[in-house]
Design a protein around this ligand. Sequence first.
Ligand SMILES: Nc1nc2c(c(=O)[nH]1)N[C@@H](CN(C=O)c1ccc(C(=O)N[C@@H](CCC(=O)O)C(=O)O)cc1)CN2
Length: 298
Amino acid sequence: MTIGKLIDGKAFASGLREQVAEGVAAFAAAQGRKPGLAVVLVGEDPASSVYVRNKGKMTLAVGMESFEYKRPATIGQDELLELIEELNGDPRVDGILVQLPLPKHLDEQAVIAAINPEKDVDGFHVVNSGRLAVGLPALVPCTPLGCLMLLKDELGDLSGLEAVVIGRSNIVGKPMAQLLLAENCTVTMAHSRTRDLASVVHRADIVVAAVGRPEMVKGEWIRPGATVIDVGINRVPSTDEEGKSRIVGDVATSEAISHVNAITPVPGGVGPMTIAVLLRNTLVAACARAGIEVPEGL
Ligand SMILES: Nc1nc2c(c(=O)[nH]1)N[C@@H](CN(C=O)c1ccc(C(=O)N[C@@H](CCC(=O)O)C(=O)O)cc1)CN2
């Protein structure tokens, strides 16, 4: 029995961060200042707090300035919009990111819309999603861009390949489909209402699973030789005696591994790419604001 390759997103992300660090050093030497990333955290959701802490650490590690704004879960919409407005006007800040999800009383779309699109390093602003859709240069959402980087590294030219994206979120599914279309893939977007998902998935050379349901994509659905990108990060109860929870993806990897070409593991696949691409996007935004070329290869 042949075993498919596990794609090492952690190693790839580390290489990308090194490249970003070189670009940051060159930017600082030429501009006399470091690129700056501002991250806004509302509330104390434990997972979001960990992600924000890691973003701050990695921002500093590549040589950028990190600005962290922690606000209570009770913050009002107007006060949050005032903070965004302040960051839009702050010359030290090249990238602004509001950690999602936001507490329910806040209007996520209005908050994203308030970010200056040139500083929207998450690529969630409609100006950036529109630019991506029509093929103009854009700041692209970090997770799907990270998935694309892993796919191109694994497969090279994606032209003509059948790609199925499962999940239609604004953050992953939709931009992922746009990116694959721009690479000349034949793209199908599947979702919770798709009929006979198993056979839709079975025709794909590339499967991107971003549904947020533990191991929903079964191994037998995957066509032999396909490349699978698992975006899911689902915490489930442990099966061992210690009883700790563990993280699984949206794909039943232990079933799929025997016949895929390659698959991203969870953890250690797509997840680490998200923050590495965020740093890359911040450098790209800083270069655009300074009117200089983005370093080659980024
Ligand atoms: N404004 C944003 N909010 C959120 C985003 C985003 O891109 N922008 N994405 C996610 C959370 N996220 C970053 O913010 C993120 C998620 C996962 C990882 C990661 O490295 N995961 C590890 C496992 C982590 C664990 O053990 O819990 C992995 O998959 O290996 C990094 C960043 C939602 N919000």
